[in-house]
Write a protein that binds this ligand. Structure first.
Ligand code: MG
Length: 254
């Protein structure tokens, strides 16, 4: 099942995607059972928004694909590399990625994102599925020059607009072998599979929840396959995760 968060000009609402239509829901699927209102909205007349705005945190995972670690000259980490992106970094489909003024080398990173359903801590891997609401696609936009220069990744990865999410939240998805791609102006740049992850989603949830209490709506970014590269002002970058859809964003500099 695919869930959209959308607007037609008023407050954001949620809907189940049914073909070319949105079947509008009465509440937020994070906190209330899926309850259709009976109203239908054509998908083409709705503006899709980020399917989730975390109230608490986005947890990023670095170097979770061996070929990506190698392309930047890094070793595969002994344990997951964890960083945070604030909820102010989130944008939705078609919202502009604003290149930060302090970077000249901003990269796309196509990723599968996991959305957490409930408050949890110290989740064992075998229970991870119990705390997953669903999945969406993410672009972990990264100022690569600054990431390398600074002692922490915060300026490199946590700036405004650095976390496009969407287009949909998908429940009941088998994520064992999903294609993860990035395209820039239509050119294929990244083409990997979730089967190539070093640490699996259950292992990541176990590790991350050993550090933080996870709250409903928290998002875990699961790392990016090889092929990262620059995005420039005026380009359009698309992340596609098989079974979820295409997340496209224009790139601007202000
Ligand atoms: Mg990343």
């Amino acid at each position: 099942m695919r869930i959209a968060r959308f607007t037609t000009g008023d407050d954001p609402r949620y809907a189940v995607v049914d073909g070319d239509d949105l079947e509008v829901l009465s509440g937020d699927p994070l906190y209330t059972p899926l309850n259709p209102t009976g109203q239908r909205v054509p998908l083409e007349s709705a503006r899709l928004l980020a399917p989730i705005i975390p109230r608490s945190k986005i947890v990023g995972i670095g170097r979770n694909y061996a070929a990506h670690a190698a392309e930047l000259g890094n070793e595969v980490p002994e344990r997951p590399i964890v960083f945070l992106k604030p909820n102010t970094s989130v944008i939705g489909p078609d919202d502009p990625i604003v290149l930060p003024s302090y970077s000249r080398d901003v990269h796309h990173e196509a990723e599968l994102a996991v959305v957490i359903s409930r408050l949890c801590k110290d989740v064992p891997p075998e229970r991870a599925k119990d705390v997953i609401l669903g999945y969406t696609a993410a672009n972990d936009v990264t100022a690569r020059d600054v990431q390398k220069e600074d002692a922490t990744w915060t300026r490199g990865k946590s700036f405004d607009t650095s976390c496009p999410l969407g287009p949909f939240l998908v429940m009941d998805l088998d994520i064992s072998d999903l294609r993860v791609q990035a395209r820039v102006d239509g050119d294929l740049r990244q083409d990997g599979s979730t089967a190539q992850m070093i640490y699996s989603v259950p292992d990541l949830i176990a590790y991350v929840s050993s550090i933080f209490t996870l709250l409903p709506g928290d998002v875990i970014l699961t790392g990016t396959p090889a092929g990262v590269g620059p995005i420039e002002e005026g380009q359009r970058v698309e992340v596609e995760v098989e079974g979820i859809g295409v997340l496209g964003n224009p790139v601007v500099r202000r």
